[in-house]
Design a binder for this molecule. Structure first.
Ligand SMILES: *[C@@H]1O[C@H](CO)[C@@H](O)[C@H](O)[C@H]1NC(C)=O
Ligand SMILES: *[C@@H]1O[C@H](CO)[C@@H](O)[C@H](O)[C@H]1NC(C)=O
Ligand SMILES: *[C@@H]1O[C@H](CO)[C@@H](O)[C@H](O)[C@H]1NC(C)=O
Length: 549
């Protein structure tokens, strides 16, 4: 039995982080957020885990929060916070930008990216956007005629019936963002075009935002593509999976056929309505382009529509403490971008370098003839899909089972249960991202993994007394807000547990790195990996006397 079991009331729903601070002797815990922000985060039932703020800063923030609430009121503070992306209670010019754009109606041009510099003599192509609006009758809430859903919540959804920009001309060189990095040149190679910043300890991005952050690097081009559908694409979705992955399907001396998968979402509402998040299952597609990036033969991006439901929707319905998120799902028949033809030069030179023709001239347009592409090496589309899937979900190599199933299996296989217990309600945590390969290997070898919400275990505990309810009780007894990782014997005894606060403290972000809230980027690097490994190994060690064989 673990020695230092905390006896404070678990899962009592009070969720005041301060109450749980340093509850275990000899352990300093990273202070979490001040209450106001918890309200916003818990509003979405979203543990935002990696927000380590030092004590004195915390006190200051609490004070600023109170002052802001006093000055602005709850609704005003909500709007203010939606702009205050770094949550320091001050708006920088960058954070104020959406308001300027709103008031002046002028959108400043995005920072010119080196890669995307428009070459006046380069090739261009036209992308055509097509969409059929979400079928409102496919939403669960339509069954009772959207009873209790205020009209303003759905206004952004209802009014979005066609692409914002039906067609647009791009320079072929902009599509270079889809070219692989230098070390990925073979068919089947897969890489992140836009890396995900999320893992279980960095949690989720907040819901209370209206305007996407300024896209950077390769996000700029993806942002301009998705802007053809709606003016407010968020290239980094709030929840995992996040980012964009690509895979080389085919190649020859001159061309690549590159398939991609993008997880992005749109925020559809405008002030004063609360944010409405529209999250397609994914954006899939492919591009056939020359290896030097000067010519694009074909481009297609689309939301797969062969499922009966393919869009997640979430909307806030209030800014107050008691408010919550509504969640629904629906069917979007069509959302796609398609090249109207291969990219073509705007100016044509003869051998001596004289201009023969240009698109500007009013003569008969030049007819281009494109040779058929013969691939020297290729894999199937399904194969690229699978490879991209594994890139998004490396932790999927280890199954996370439901609570009682995990114990049944652990008993059968004489393994320990590795269990993650989170505060939360309503929505399920879609993805836990414990993805470092040594952790995966150890979990696979010696543990059955499971994660649960406090609410779920409370329900199990409240149900009739049996072995499962007893296991749930033991879990809850060892739980501290917001996330507890546990190692349990198959009979439910917790042999070791670690709180996310304590874990973060161990893998401490240096004070100067505190700004980098969401950038554990790319998953677990040391010291997180080594700390988690030693946690698991310590659990194995403590369980030794109990396990048979
Ligand atoms: C949808 O299409 C994709 C790609 O063609 C395929 O892999 C998938 O199995 C299909 N899903 C359904 C539900 O038909
Ligand atoms: C898990 O273990 C099985 C059998 O030992 C092995 O086949 C599989 O590749 C392992 N998976 C991971 C992610 O290590
Ligand atoms: C689980 O098994 C161990 C060793 O067999 C025992 O010490 C412990 O009390 C058991 N726990 C429960 C909850 O039955």
């Amino acid at each position: 039995m673990a020695a230092d079991v905390d006896k404070s009331q678990p899962g009592d729903g009070s969720c005041n982080p301060v109450q749980n601070e340093a509850t275990r002797p000899g352990m300093t815990s990273v202070r979490w957020l001040w209450r106001g922000v918890w309200v916003l985060i818990l509003t979405a039932a979203v543990p935002l885990l990696a927000f380590g703020i030092k004590y004195h800063q915390d006190a200051q923030l609490v004070k600023r929060h109170e002052e802001s609430l006093h000055t602005l009121g709850a609704e005003g503070l909500f709007l203010f916070s939606s702009l205050d992306t770094d949550r320091d209670f001050y708006l920088s010019p960058e954070e104020f930008k959406p308001i300027v754009e709103k008031l002046t109606g002028v959108t400043p041009p995005l920072e010119a990216e080196e890669e995307a510099i428009h070459d006046p003599n380069g090739e261009t192509l036209v992308l055509v956007a097509k969409m059929q609006p979400l079928q409102l009758e496919s939403m669960t809430k339509s069954k009772d005629g959207f009873l209790g859903v205020s009209h303003s919540s759905l206004s952004g959804l209802r009014s979005w019936t066609s692409p914002a920009i039906p067609s647009s001309t791009f320079s072929a060189s902009q599509f270079r963002v889809f070219l692989p990095p230098k070390n990925k040149v073979d068919v089947g190679d897969t890489w992140w075009v836009i890396a995900s910043d999320l893992n279980i300890f960095t949690g989720y991005l907040p819901n209370n935002r209206y305007h996407p952050p300024t896209p950077r690097g390769k996000e700029v081009f993806i942002h301009s593509l998705l802007s053809m559908f709606h003016p407010r694409p968020f290239i980094k979705s709030r929840f995992a999976p996040q980012g964009a992955v690509a895979c080389i399907r085919a190649s020859n001396d001159f061309y690549f056929d590159i398939h991609f998968r993008i997880h992005a979402e749109f925020q559809l509402n405008e002030v004063p309505n609360f944010p409405f998040w529209f999250t397609p299952g994914q954006f899939a597609g492919n591009i056939v382009l020359s290896k030097d990036g000067s010519h694009v033969r074909h481009f297609h991006l689309y939301v797969p529509n062969n499922r009966s439901l393919n869009v997640d929707m979430e909307w806030l319905y209030g800014s107050s403490e008691s408010s919550n998120m509504e969640v629904d799902i629906g069917y979007l028949p069509q959302m796609e971008l398609l090249s109207s033809g291969p990219s073509t030069p705007s100016v044509i030179f003869d051998e001596e370098g004289n201009i023969l023709d240009s698109k500007e001239s009013s003569q008969e347009p030049i007819q281009f003839v494109f040779e058929d592409i013969v691939w020297s090496s290729e894999i199937s589309h399904e194969d690229t899909v699978r490879r991209m899937e594994v890139t998004y979900y490396p932790f999927k190599k280890v199954d996370y089972l439901p609570f009682s199933e995990a114990f049944t299996r652990a008993e059968a296989e004489n393994k320990l249960v590795h269990s993650i217990l989170l505060w939360g309600s309503g929505r399920t945590l879609r993805e836990t991202v414990l993805e470092s390969s040594p952790v995966l290997a150890l979990l696979n070898q010696s543990f059955i993994s499971s994660w649960s919400l406090v609410k779920e275990l409370e329900d199990l505990q409240a149900a009739e007394k049996n072995l499962v309810s007893e296991k749930a009780r033991l879990h809850l007894e060892n739980y501290n807000f917001p996330v507890e990782m546990m190692v349990a014997l198959p009979n439910g005894t917790i042999v070791h547990h670690i709180n996310a606060n304590y874990f973060l403290d161990q893998t401490a972000m240096k004070p100067e790195e505190e700004g980098a809230t969401f950038s554990f980027s790319g998953g677990f690097e040391d010291p997180s990996t080594s700390t988690y490994l030693s946690f698991l190994k310590e659990g194995l060690e403590r369980a030794k006397p109990y396990l048979t064989e």
